[in-house]
Design a binder for this molecule. Structure first.
Ligand code: NAD
Length: 236
Protein backbone atom coordinates (compact mmCIF):
# COMPACT_ATOMS: atom_id res chain seq x y z
CA UNK A 1 0.00 0.00 0.00
CA UNK A 2 1.10 3.54 -0.74
CA UNK A 3 1.29 5.52 2.48
CA UNK A 4 1.76 9.21 1.79
CA UNK A 5 0.86 10.91 -1.50
CA UNK A 6 1.48 14.55 -2.39
CA UNK A 7 -0.60 15.93 -5.28
CA UNK A 8 0.08 19.36 -6.78
CA UNK A 9 -2.95 20.95 -8.39
CA UNK A 10 -4.83 18.51 -6.15
CA UNK A 11 -7.83 20.72 -5.40
CA UNK A 12 -9.62 20.10 -8.71
CA UNK A 13 -10.02 17.83 -11.72
CA UNK A 14 -7.40 15.14 -12.25
CA UNK A 15 -5.46 15.95 -9.08
CA UNK A 16 -8.58 15.72 -6.94
CA UNK A 17 -9.49 12.38 -8.53
CA UNK A 18 -5.99 11.08 -7.81
CA UNK A 19 -6.16 12.27 -4.19
CA UNK A 20 -9.55 10.56 -3.74
CA UNK A 21 -8.36 7.35 -5.40
CA UNK A 22 -5.27 6.98 -3.21
CA UNK A 23 -7.24 7.96 -0.09
CA UNK A 24 -9.78 5.23 -0.88
CA UNK A 25 -6.90 2.74 -0.64
CA UNK A 26 -5.95 4.10 2.77
CA UNK A 27 -3.19 6.53 1.77
CA UNK A 28 -2.68 9.83 3.56
CA UNK A 29 -2.91 12.61 0.99
CA UNK A 30 -1.37 16.06 0.88
CA UNK A 31 -3.13 18.47 -1.43
CA UNK A 32 -0.89 21.27 -2.69
CA UNK A 33 -2.75 23.94 -4.62
CA UNK A 34 -3.38 27.66 -5.02
CA UNK A 35 -7.08 27.09 -4.40
CA UNK A 36 -7.47 27.32 -0.61
CA UNK A 37 -11.21 26.65 -0.41
CA UNK A 38 -11.19 23.65 -2.77
CA UNK A 39 -7.97 22.25 -1.32
CA UNK A 40 -9.14 22.51 2.29
CA UNK A 41 -12.51 20.91 1.47
CA UNK A 42 -10.85 17.98 -0.28
CA UNK A 43 -8.36 17.56 2.56
CA UNK A 44 -11.27 17.28 4.97
CA UNK A 45 -13.12 14.83 2.70
CA UNK A 46 -10.05 12.58 2.29
CA UNK A 47 -8.66 12.88 5.83
CA UNK A 48 -5.57 14.50 4.36
CA UNK A 49 -3.96 17.90 4.67
CA UNK A 50 -3.95 20.96 2.46
CA UNK A 51 -0.86 23.11 1.85
CA UNK A 52 -1.36 26.37 0.01
CA UNK A 53 1.20 26.07 -2.78
CA UNK A 54 2.12 28.07 -5.84
CA UNK A 55 4.19 25.61 -7.85
CA UNK A 56 5.86 28.46 -9.75
CA UNK A 57 7.62 29.38 -6.49
CA UNK A 58 10.58 27.13 -5.80
CA UNK A 59 10.26 27.49 -2.02
CA UNK A 60 6.56 26.51 -2.06
CA UNK A 61 7.46 23.16 -3.59
CA UNK A 62 10.00 22.47 -0.85
CA UNK A 63 7.48 23.59 1.77
CA UNK A 64 4.86 21.16 0.39
CA UNK A 65 7.30 18.23 0.65
CA UNK A 66 8.26 19.30 4.17
CA UNK A 67 4.57 19.62 5.12
CA UNK A 68 3.92 16.03 3.98
CA UNK A 69 6.74 14.72 6.12
CA UNK A 70 5.71 16.87 9.08
CA UNK A 71 2.10 15.72 8.84
CA UNK A 72 2.58 12.03 8.09
CA UNK A 73 6.24 11.19 8.76
CA UNK A 74 7.24 10.32 5.20
CA UNK A 75 6.51 10.58 1.52
CA UNK A 76 5.98 7.79 -1.02
CA UNK A 77 4.31 9.21 -4.14
CA UNK A 78 4.44 12.69 -5.63
CA UNK A 79 2.03 13.59 -8.40
CA UNK A 80 3.29 16.76 -10.13
CA UNK A 81 0.02 17.66 -11.74
CA UNK A 82 -0.63 21.43 -11.50
CA UNK A 83 -1.05 22.92 -14.95
CA UNK A 84 -2.48 25.77 -16.96
CA UNK A 85 -3.41 26.18 -20.60
CA UNK A 86 -4.03 29.09 -22.93
CA UNK A 87 -0.44 30.09 -23.67
CA UNK A 88 -1.35 32.08 -26.80
CA UNK A 89 0.29 31.94 -30.20
CA UNK A 90 2.59 34.12 -32.25
CA UNK A 91 2.11 37.45 -34.03
CA UNK A 92 -1.25 39.00 -33.14
CA UNK A 93 -1.92 36.09 -30.77
CA UNK A 94 1.30 36.55 -28.81
CA UNK A 95 0.81 37.51 -25.19
CA UNK A 96 3.97 37.61 -23.09
CA UNK A 97 2.14 37.25 -19.80
CA UNK A 98 0.10 34.22 -20.86
CA UNK A 99 3.16 32.63 -22.47
CA UNK A 100 5.25 33.06 -19.32
CA UNK A 101 2.40 31.88 -17.08
CA UNK A 102 1.95 28.58 -18.92
CA UNK A 103 5.68 27.89 -18.99
CA UNK A 104 6.00 28.82 -15.31
CA UNK A 105 3.17 26.61 -14.06
CA UNK A 106 4.03 23.61 -16.22
CA UNK A 107 7.81 23.70 -16.71
CA UNK A 108 9.00 25.54 -13.59
CA UNK A 109 6.34 23.85 -11.48
CA UNK A 110 7.43 20.37 -12.60
CA UNK A 111 11.14 21.13 -12.34
CA UNK A 112 10.81 22.71 -8.89
CA UNK A 113 8.64 19.80 -7.78
CA UNK A 114 11.26 17.30 -8.97
CA UNK A 115 13.98 19.28 -7.25
CA UNK A 116 12.08 19.29 -3.97
CA UNK A 117 10.93 15.67 -4.02
CA UNK A 118 13.60 13.57 -5.74
CA UNK A 119 16.40 13.85 -3.14
CA UNK A 120 13.91 13.32 -0.31
CA UNK A 121 12.43 10.17 -1.89
CA UNK A 122 15.88 8.86 -2.79
CA UNK A 123 17.31 9.36 0.69
CA UNK A 124 14.29 7.57 2.18
CA UNK A 125 15.02 4.53 -0.01
CA UNK A 126 12.70 5.17 -2.94
CA UNK A 127 9.30 6.29 -4.11
CA UNK A 128 7.41 7.31 -7.21
CA UNK A 129 6.91 10.54 -9.12
CA UNK A 130 4.18 10.84 -11.72
CA UNK A 131 3.95 13.98 -13.83
CA UNK A 132 0.73 14.96 -15.55
CA UNK A 133 1.91 15.68 -19.07
CA UNK A 134 -0.66 15.38 -21.86
CA UNK A 135 -1.33 13.92 -25.26
CA UNK A 136 -0.14 17.45 -26.21
CA UNK A 137 3.17 16.50 -24.55
CA UNK A 138 3.86 13.74 -27.06
CA UNK A 139 2.03 15.05 -30.15
CA UNK A 140 1.48 18.54 -31.60
CA UNK A 141 -1.44 20.65 -30.38
CA UNK A 142 -1.89 23.47 -32.94
CA UNK A 143 -4.64 25.17 -30.92
CA UNK A 144 -2.32 25.77 -27.95
CA UNK A 145 1.30 25.58 -29.15
CA UNK A 146 2.85 27.02 -25.99
CA UNK A 147 0.98 24.49 -23.84
CA UNK A 148 2.17 21.71 -26.15
CA UNK A 149 5.77 22.94 -25.95
CA UNK A 150 5.58 23.09 -22.16
CA UNK A 151 4.10 19.58 -21.94
CA UNK A 152 6.75 18.23 -24.33
CA UNK A 153 9.33 19.76 -21.99
CA UNK A 154 8.00 17.91 -18.94
CA UNK A 155 7.72 14.63 -20.87
CA UNK A 156 11.38 15.08 -21.80
CA UNK A 157 12.24 15.85 -18.19
CA UNK A 158 10.61 12.61 -17.06
CA UNK A 159 12.40 10.53 -19.67
CA UNK A 160 15.74 12.27 -19.05
CA UNK A 161 15.73 12.15 -15.25
CA UNK A 162 14.38 8.62 -14.82
CA UNK A 163 17.51 6.56 -15.60
CA UNK A 164 19.79 8.39 -13.17
CA UNK A 165 17.34 8.05 -10.26
CA UNK A 166 16.37 4.43 -10.88
CA UNK A 167 19.17 3.07 -8.73
CA UNK A 168 17.93 5.18 -5.80
CA UNK A 169 14.62 3.33 -6.07
CA UNK A 170 12.68 6.30 -7.40
CA UNK A 171 10.48 5.77 -10.46
CA UNK A 172 9.58 8.77 -12.63
CA UNK A 173 6.80 8.53 -15.19
CA UNK A 174 4.38 10.74 -17.09
CA UNK A 175 0.67 10.29 -17.59
CA UNK A 176 -0.48 11.75 -20.92
CA UNK A 177 -4.28 12.06 -21.13
CA UNK A 178 -6.31 13.27 -24.07
CA UNK A 179 -9.20 15.57 -23.16
CA UNK A 180 -10.33 15.08 -19.58
CA UNK A 181 -13.62 16.27 -18.13
CA UNK A 182 -12.37 18.97 -15.74
CA UNK A 183 -12.83 22.74 -15.33
CA UNK A 184 -9.79 23.22 -17.60
CA UNK A 185 -11.78 22.26 -20.70
CA UNK A 186 -15.19 23.54 -19.55
CA UNK A 187 -15.31 26.37 -22.09
CA UNK A 188 -14.45 24.15 -25.08
CA UNK A 189 -16.06 20.90 -23.96
CA UNK A 190 -19.08 21.16 -26.28
CA UNK A 191 -16.81 21.81 -29.29
CA UNK A 192 -14.63 18.81 -28.39
CA UNK A 193 -17.70 16.57 -28.24
CA UNK A 194 -19.05 18.09 -31.51
CA UNK A 195 -15.80 17.09 -33.21
CA UNK A 196 -16.47 13.54 -32.03
CA UNK A 197 -13.47 13.48 -29.70
CA UNK A 198 -13.55 11.42 -26.53
CA UNK A 199 -13.57 13.11 -23.13
CA UNK A 200 -12.03 11.02 -20.36
CA UNK A 201 -13.37 10.90 -16.81
CA UNK A 202 -10.76 12.15 -14.29
CA UNK A 203 -11.32 8.94 -12.29
CA UNK A 204 -9.95 6.99 -15.25
CA UNK A 205 -6.77 9.07 -15.21
CA UNK A 206 -6.50 8.46 -11.45
CA UNK A 207 -6.78 4.72 -12.06
CA UNK A 208 -3.93 5.00 -14.59
CA UNK A 209 -1.77 6.90 -12.08
CA UNK A 210 -2.30 4.18 -9.48
CA UNK A 211 -1.39 1.43 -11.96
CA UNK A 212 1.67 3.33 -13.22
CA UNK A 213 2.93 3.62 -9.62
CA UNK A 214 2.12 -0.03 -8.88
CA UNK A 215 3.76 -1.19 -12.12
CA UNK A 216 7.18 -0.12 -10.89
CA UNK A 217 8.54 0.87 -14.30
CA UNK A 218 10.29 4.16 -14.96
CA UNK A 219 10.95 6.74 -17.68
CA UNK A 220 7.70 6.03 -19.49
CA UNK A 221 5.03 8.40 -20.87
CA UNK A 222 1.64 6.66 -20.65
CA UNK A 223 -1.18 7.63 -23.01
CA UNK A 224 -4.59 7.62 -21.33
CA UNK A 225 -7.70 7.80 -23.50
CA UNK A 226 -11.33 7.24 -22.52
CA UNK A 227 -12.16 3.56 -22.19
CA UNK A 228 -8.75 2.35 -23.35
CA UNK A 229 -5.98 0.59 -21.47
CA UNK A 230 -3.06 3.01 -20.95
CA UNK A 231 -0.24 2.40 -23.42
CA UNK A 232 3.30 3.78 -23.64
CA UNK A 233 3.46 6.84 -25.91
CA UNK A 234 5.70 5.12 -28.45
CA UNK A 235 2.52 3.31 -29.58
CA UNK A 236 1.10 6.69 -30.75
P1 NAD B 1 -8.20 21.79 -13.28
O1 NAD B 1 -8.32 23.20 -13.71
O2 NAD B 1 -9.40 21.04 -12.83
O3 NAD B 1 -7.10 21.65 -12.13
C1 NAD B 1 -5.88 22.34 -12.15
C2 NAD B 1 -5.48 22.61 -10.72
O4 NAD B 1 -4.18 23.19 -10.73
C3 NAD B 1 -6.42 23.64 -10.03
O5 NAD B 1 -6.82 23.14 -8.77
C4 NAD B 1 -5.56 24.88 -9.92
O6 NAD B 1 -5.88 25.68 -8.80
C5 NAD B 1 -4.17 24.27 -9.80
N1 NAD B 1 -3.11 25.21 -10.14
C6 NAD B 1 -3.02 26.03 -11.22
N2 NAD B 1 -1.91 26.79 -11.14
C7 NAD B 1 -1.29 26.42 -9.99
C8 NAD B 1 -0.10 26.85 -9.35
N3 NAD B 1 0.68 27.82 -9.87
N4 NAD B 1 0.26 26.26 -8.18
C9 NAD B 1 -0.53 25.29 -7.63
N5 NAD B 1 -1.68 24.87 -8.18
C10 NAD B 1 -2.04 25.42 -9.36
O7 NAD B 1 -7.53 21.06 -14.53
P2 NAD B 1 -7.09 19.55 -14.80
O8 NAD B 1 -7.59 19.21 -16.13
O9 NAD B 1 -7.39 18.67 -13.65
O10 NAD B 1 -5.52 19.75 -14.93
C11 NAD B 1 -4.58 18.96 -14.21
C12 NAD B 1 -3.41 18.65 -15.12
O11 NAD B 1 -3.87 17.84 -16.20
C13 NAD B 1 -2.77 19.88 -15.77
O12 NAD B 1 -1.37 19.72 -15.75
C14 NAD B 1 -3.30 19.84 -17.18
O13 NAD B 1 -2.45 20.51 -18.07
C15 NAD B 1 -3.33 18.36 -17.40
N6 NAD B 1 -4.16 17.87 -18.50
C16 NAD B 1 -5.48 18.22 -18.57
C17 NAD B 1 -6.24 17.74 -19.61
C18 NAD B 1 -7.71 18.10 -19.75
O14 NAD B 1 -8.25 17.92 -20.85
N7 NAD B 1 -8.37 18.55 -18.71
C19 NAD B 1 -5.66 16.90 -20.58
C20 NAD B 1 -4.33 16.54 -20.45
C21 NAD B 1 -3.58 17.03 -19.40
Amino acid sequence: MTDVVLVTGGASGIGAAVARRFARDGARVVIADLDEAGGAALAEETGGVFVRTDVTREEDNRAAVEAAIAAFGGLDVVHLNAGAGGGGGVGADFDLERYRRVLAVIVDGTMFGMNAALPVLASAGGGAIVVTSSLAGVAPAPLDPVYSAAKHAVTALVRSLAPAWAESGVTINAVCPGFVDTPMIAQVRSRIVEFGLAVTDPAEVAEAVVSIVAGGGTGEAWLVQAGQTPVPAEFL
